[in-house]
Structure formats: C-alpha cells, structure tokens
Design a protein around this ligand. Sequence first.
Ligand code: G1P
Length: 308
Amino acid sequence: MSDTKFKPVKKAVFPVAGLGTRFLPATKVIPKEMIPVVDRPVIQRAVEEAREAGIEEFIFVTGRRKSAITEHFEIQPELIEELEAKGKEKLLEKVRHSDMESGKLMTAKQQKALGLGHAVWCAKDLVGDEPFALFLVDVMILAEQGCMAQMIDVYNKTGGNVIAAYDVPRDITHKYGILDVEDKAAELSKIKGMVEKPKPENAPSTLSIVGRYILQPEIFDILENQKRGAGNEIQLTDAMVKLMADQDFTSLRFKGESYDCGHHVGFIEANIAFALADPEFGPQMREILQKYQDRPGTTRNEPRKATA
Ligand code: G1P
C-alpha cells in the first residue's frame, strides 16, 4: 500500500527516439542509450533508478532503428540456461537486472523529431489519466538513494509536479531549462517560473532542470497545442510554464551528482565516477587514475588513415 493521499506514480516515460548524432560514428548502428556506462547500458541504469522508485510500467518513446533498446529487456531463456549450466551465478544475477516482466514494457513511436515536448506527448495514451515519472536518460545521476526515489518521497508529501534541480555554473545556463524558485538555497522550493536555455544574463537562477520529472497528466493537453519554442522545437518547459498557472510545481535539490552524458566529456566523466563508485571496479580504478594524473596526453588517438 502506498502511504500517500495522492495518486501513486507507477508509470515512467523514457524518451529515447533521439538520433544520437553527437556520438557518431559510435551511434551509427547502436542507439546511444545502449552505450554502456561501466558495465551496463545507460537505459538499463535509468530503468533501475525507476524500479527503485516503485515504478511498475515502463514506456519507451522510440524512433527508427531503436529496437535494440526494447530487445535488451527481453528475457533470453537460452542465455539463462547456459549461464546456469556453467554455474555463472554472478553473471546470471547481472543479466536478470535487465529482464522485464511480461506486459510491463510499452513503446510509443515518435514519428517526427519535433522536440522533447512532442516526445512526451507521444506517451499520452499509454500514460492515461495518471501522474508519471519522466526520465531523460542523457542525464545520469549518481546517488545513494536514486534521484527518482527521492522525488517520489517528496511527491508523497506535496502531490502536484516535482522537478529535480541541480546547480550549474552560470556560464552554461544556455544548455538547460532553468528554474525560478521561491527559495534558491532550500532543498525543496515552490517553483515560480522556468525558462528553456536562457543566456547567462537572463537566467533567473543557476538551478537547472536535470532530466527527472514527476508530472500530472494535464500536461498532455497542453503539449497537444504547444507551439515551437527554443531551438524551433516543441519544448516541455514551455508546456510546464502553462501548467504552473493551475498546478503546483516543487523543485527538489536532490542528494547526488548529475552527469550530462549528452556530450563526450560528460559521458567519460560519468564512466569514471560510476566506476569509482562500483564495489567491483572502484579500488582498481582509483589506482589506475592515479597513474594517469600527471601524464601528458601525447599519444595519438585519432582515427587511423590508410597509408598511401
Ligand atoms: C532537455 C530539457 C531541459 C533540461 C535538459 C536536461 O534539454 O529541455 O530543460 O535542462 O534536457 O538535460 P535537451 O538536453 O534535450 O536539449
């Protein structure tokens, strides 16, 4: 039983239709969400975070050539048999984390890349009339208690809409949605406004929208009529601003570190941070990193060309 008077959050939406252009050629065949951070794909880590938060149904908004993502969560009996026969208990346990129960994974196709707001709108029929969790899987969060689980704890007290917030340097506010909150220093605050990708001089704060949301279903009707905004895309942030006229939005400065895996350096940093935090790899990784601390990066690492 849920210990809240509010409708429980049991569904999560994962927009995964993006082309992953920034990661080409790695993403020529493999969806970017399938690239591993340390030992498991980014999408699996997001699903694990959702499970920890009590999510029971998983909705992937996919595009073309993204079938590897849903396949990853299929149970493979022959693989399980083989690992069982060989007594590979540890591996078996790891594989089971990627299994999804029957009927719990759903997909909605986003047929045109019209922006995040449009991607979320594509999940409308599958979400129905319920609050839902939204995960932007480009952002990976390293935390003792998962970020979404922290947000659900807040939601159970406040209801409404909850947005995870993360402080960023002012010179990069143009990369994120930025919140205007009542109390910038507080862990929880009422949100007064938000702007998508403002220039540093126009940003109402340095609290960024970090890619984890709990939203009420009324957002869908707004998204349906939402005009294009920043970057000529249908922006979720603009729709949330409209919903703020009728509903409460609370920001949570969650406990944990956020890694923006939408670009290479952030992705590499996430790998380092998650490896260091891993009981299996952490100790060895720490030693290895020390070895590289003072080493100049002089060795060649560009793609090799054929010699004439
Ligand atoms: C999206 C959201 C933005 C948020 C960001 C987090 O932007 O529109 O508000 O801060 O994700 O990564 P995108 O990164 O898709 O441009």
